[in-house]
Write a protein that binds this ligand. Structure first.
Ligand SMILES: [Zn+2]
Length: 164
């Protein structure tokens, strides 16, 4: 758990560094899954590193999954791109960091990935993420070079294996 936090923190900071350096007021949009494990970590990392006021956080189930045009009759995709348009055109957002995670219920339910098949799930995250990054950059060319998707590993949880 502690190792995961350290690597998550360093990956997130590396991903936001370039867009935040583009000008003194630039911001990043962070898109995470709604999974309860992530919002607090994101806030703690960004605040601890002095990035207070330099980021917006949008949470949608499955993170990159929200960019899948064929799911949910396109409604989640439309919501995501409406937020991106606001962020880029009206709120000085210079970069987007999307935080996916393995063992994601949205990928099981909506992307057809069997529960527990982490290799298949990783491949699906990569497909969705690559398509989404291309669409974001073609829709918002000023973001080119500053769009990144991170995939967090499955977390190990303590199991009770005996009790009496
Ligand atoms: Zn999830």
């Amino acid at each position: 758990m502690q190792d995961l936090d350290i690597s998550f923190r360093s990956m997130l900071l590396e991903a936001v560094a370039q867009p935040l350096a583009s000008n003194a007021d630039s911001k990043v949009l962070l898109l995470s899954c709604i999974d309860y494990r992530y919002p607090q970590r994101i806030t703690e990392t960004m605040e601890a590193e002095g990035h207070s006021g330099r980021y917006y956080h949008l949470a949608m189930a499955g993170a990159s999954h929200a960019g899948n045009q064929t799911a949910h009759s396109g409604v989640w995709h439309r919501t995501l791109f409406d937020h991106l348009a606001f962020a880029v055109n009206d709120a000085n957002v210079a970069g987007v960091v999307i935080i996916d995670h393995l063992d994601c219920k949205a990928f099981h339910l909506y992307e057809g990935v069997p529960v527990g098949d982490l290799d298949a799930e990783r491949r699906r995250h990569e497909e969705i993420a690559n398509t989404l990054v291309r669409e974001i950059v073609s829709t918002f060319p000023t973001l080119a070079g500053n769009v990144k998707v991170l995939l967090l590993p499955k977390e190990s949880k303590p199991d009770t294996i005996a009790e009496g």
